[in-house]
Design a protein around this ligand. Sequence first.
Ligand SMILES: Cc1cc2nc3c(=O)[nH]c(=O)nc-3n(C[C@H](O)[C@H](O)[C@H](O)COP(=O)(O)OP(=O)(O)OC[C@H]3O[C@@H](n4cnc5c(N)ncnc54)[C@H](O)[C@@H]3O)c2cc1C
Length: 469
Amino acid sequence: MIRLRSSVLHNLTAAPLDILVVGGGIVGAGVARDAALRGLRTGLVEQHDFAEGTSSRSTRLLHGGLRYLAQGHIGLVREASIEKKTIHRIAPHLAQPLGFIFPAFAGQGNPLWQLRIGVKLYDLLCGGGNFEPSRGLSLVETRELLPSLRPEGLRGAVRYFDALTNDARLVIDTLRSASRAGGAVLNYARFEAARRDGSEWRTTVRDVLTGATHDVRARAIVNATGPWSDGLPHSAVKLRLTKGIHLVVDHARLPVPDAVVVTEGKRILFAIPWAGRVVLGTTDTDYRGRPEDVAVEPADAAYVLRTVNTWFPGAALQESDVISSWAGLRPLVAKPDGTPSDISRAHEIRRPEAGWWDITGGKLTTYRLMAQQAVDQVASELGAAVPPSRTAQEPLLPAAEVTPYSGVAPAPFTREAVRHYVENEWAVRPDDVLVRRSGWTYHDGPDLARREQVTRWMTEAGSKRTGDN
Ligand SMILES: Cc1cc2nc3c(=O)[nH]c(=O)nc-3n(C[C@H](O)[C@H](O)[C@H](O)COP(=O)(O)OP(=O)(O)OC[C@H]3O[C@@H](n4cnc5c(N)ncnc54)[C@H](O)[C@@H]3O)c2cc1C
């Protein structure tokens, strides 16, 4: 059972921390885990629920990024390809190898011969081989596997491997690991201000649930606030936010046996089978609003449906087929020019002033490496003699804690699951359970009756918990 909020707050405030991580998305969670496992006094504060930002709104792929290969970013693809296998090793419950069929059409996109070379190179960049070797598919095989794919101009396809994860669960399980290692992690706690006082920071953190403010002292602060990271005091980050949306439809409406890659100009869209559903996405458009306000606009959904219908004309997907949807923002490091799809997914770790670290960009897939590099640098500034990072070897969770509540597919809808999320995974509000812990809303769509049931079960579990303590 996790510690109560009051006890976490005590740990955050009782004595100066070595590292205070701001932001409970995958990057912040990764930094907290790495630092706590190395014995640093670590705290993490998240203004909303854990993973409520970009890290529950991705395409959920652990991938090197085949399209970055076409752009010549070989180093980036290699780095991410090795990381996808590392995550598979430390957290197999959150990395399901998945085949991807990438069809080739005459006069459109990459020719088949290029795709064939590309996927072989992609396998090589994984270091020690991909989950399964890629291969070319003949025209006949492609038609057999994807009978509803547009036949005009079809030449054949390639099949290669990446892995499907569950982004929000990866965050929660990473935080559970950080907490086990002694990290004090708190959701609904907003970092509001910081001033340097000698060799440490004095910061103000607001408990969003009570409105109370708390003084948290730390020798180093890591700004891991993703799309919010240019808004924090002391931050030197310059961001270019791009929006991506996803739609979920029933698998029967688009019965693909594997993930399928379709192209639209420079963009790549995926149709990804997931627990009896297919996830369709994504888009990549510049975004200038507040991160909190990002939403799926009708034009975004229409674009995705139109593109999928172009390649699968028989599917004739309509708005009414959409079970659920989500929109997220890529916190990309700003470059003034280039289309959104051209902007590098490389990450940056900067120290604009003593003890303040900004960590930005990157991908879900590379979060562990980003965290390792960040903690190496912070520890060296602190002069702390810490052991090397263990996050590439240490299983994310002990085997006994990998339960049906934590996986790529949604957990069964039960009172026990809700109780588990409240008691062991910091769920406070209904969407913490419905959207991010269980995935029920994404899988089955919003459901008022279910929401009311979850609220009742959460109250029950919450009062039991308070009673226990
Ligand atoms: C549409 C889309 C698809 C993607 N698909 C993939 C994919 O398939 N594979 C892949 O590898 N990557 C993918 N990515 C990239 C990946 O999702 C992101 O790089 C990653 O989730 C960013 O994590 P983060 O921790 O930096 O940001 P976030 O997850 O946004 O976390 C930042 C957190 O900081 C919190 N915060 C902000 N201000 C404060 C404050 N003052 N106090 C406390 N907390 C604060 C926020 O509430 C937020 O929870 C995708 C991204 C998008 C948008």
